[in-house]
Design a protein around this ligand. Structure first.
Ligand code: NDP
Length: 324
């Protein structure tokens, strides 16, 4: 088995997920965690360093797993780090992926590195499955349903409403519509009609339920237009039932193979921990990045560009025997 050495850049939910995931991964060895914060303040027993020390690890690290946020961190960090390292990220701003790709491709090709972008589950495994479904069933429609799952952005938006002490927001697919797609029925799908939003709120003392509810359900861009449920709960219930980070969803395609024959392609995920699963996908792509770099296949790569065998620690002959 090949072994590769990796570093983690950024120690939030995803960075912790990579650290945990690497414990199950025999062929990848963690060299260190690199953070913009004082490494002594990170709650970890792994070797931790300030990010300014990273360049001195250039010859010791095969791949960096970039665990910064998509909005502010990755657009800056990923192109900089790709100058000296092979990298993997989970960049999830779908509209900006082409721009992120172009920037990384230029840097990676100039510096003979591999930069794998937008791994994870969406983008990532969901993207791959949308591609498979469409390529295999060219006549048809693809539907993506997200959830049940906790949306970080919507939870933050509710927490900013006056009178809200704590809050979470779960995105729920409309189960009837999911079933209809699976049962080959026609559906009127759009993102708003296909999902509902369920909010759990702990109120500040004195705050009024009706006012808070109204402010949430009419919030433009976040809740307006969606079917939204708001539940008010106490702090103990919040602490015991709403502090995990579950997520998941389903990619479905109804495709016609001939006039009267319909096939349904389905790929689903049910995740107790969104960051730990996202990290697990990024770890598999880190292995692929290291193999591509060894073969000198430099440049930016998405999940569409990497053959599946590269994700596995097993060699191709074993894969043919065991999994084909
Ligand atoms: P976090 O906000 O937890 O962490 C982002 C960065 O913020 C960290 O790398 C860390 O950098 C810094 N940070 C974390 N905690 C603290 C703190 N207490 N104080 C100060 N700084 C802190 O984000 P997540 O790890 O939850 O998510 C990272 C990205 O993963 C998301 O932006 C999202 O785009 C992506 N993602 C992608 C998915 C996919 O399927 N493709 C799915 C889920 C997420 P540093 O250590 O340098 O300070």
């Amino acid at each position: 088995m090949n072994t590769f050495k990796v570093g983690i850049v950024g120690y939030g939910n995803l960075g912790r997920g990579v650290e945990v995931g690497l414990k199950n991964t025999k062929d990848l060895e963690l060299v260190g965690i690199f953070s913009r914060r004082d490494p002594k303040q990170l709650d970890t027993t792994s070797p931790a360093y300030h990010i300014d020390e990273l360049d001195s690890f250039k010859d010791e690290i095969d791949v960096l797993l970039l665990c910064g946020g998509s909005q502010k961190d990755l657009p800056v960090q990923a192109p900089q780090l790709a100058e000296n390292f092979n990298t993997v990220d989970t960049y999830d701003n779908h509209n900006e992926i082409p721009t992120h790709f172009e920037k990384l491709d230029k840097v990676a090709k100039e510096n003979n590195t591999v930069a794998v972008l937008s791994t994870g589950w969406d983008p990532g495994l969901f993207s791959l499955n949308r591609l498979f479904a469409e390529a295999i069933l060219p006549e048809g429609d693809t539907y993506t349903f997200w959830g049940p799952g906790l949306s970080q952005g919507h939870s933050d938006a509710v927490r900013r409403v006056e009178g809200v002490k704590q809050a979470v927001q779960y995105t729920m697919p409309q189960e009837k519509m999911v079933e209809d797609v699976k049962n080959k029925k026609k559906v009127d799908y759009n993102k708003l009609s296909a999902h509902k939003r369920v909010v759990y709120v702990v109120l500040e003392e004195q705050a009024e339920q009706d006012k808070v509810k109204e402010a949430i359900i009419t919030m433009p861009d976040y809740f307006e237009g969606y079917e939204t449920e708001v539940h008010f709960i106490d702090e103990d219930t919040f602490a015991s039932e709403h502090t995990g980070m579950p997520h998941g969803g389903t990619v479905l395609r109804q495709g016609q193979t001939s006039d009267k024959q319909t096939s349904v392609y389905q790929f689903a995920l049910d995740l107790d921990s969104n960051p730990e699963f996202t990290a697990a996908v990024a770890i598999a792509y880190a292995r692929a990045a290291a193999k591509l770099a060894r073969e000198k296949v430099f440049g930016a790569k998405t999940v569409f560009d990497i053959a599946p065998g590269y994700l596995s620690p097993k060699d191709p002959a074993d894969l043919r025997r065991e999994l084909l």
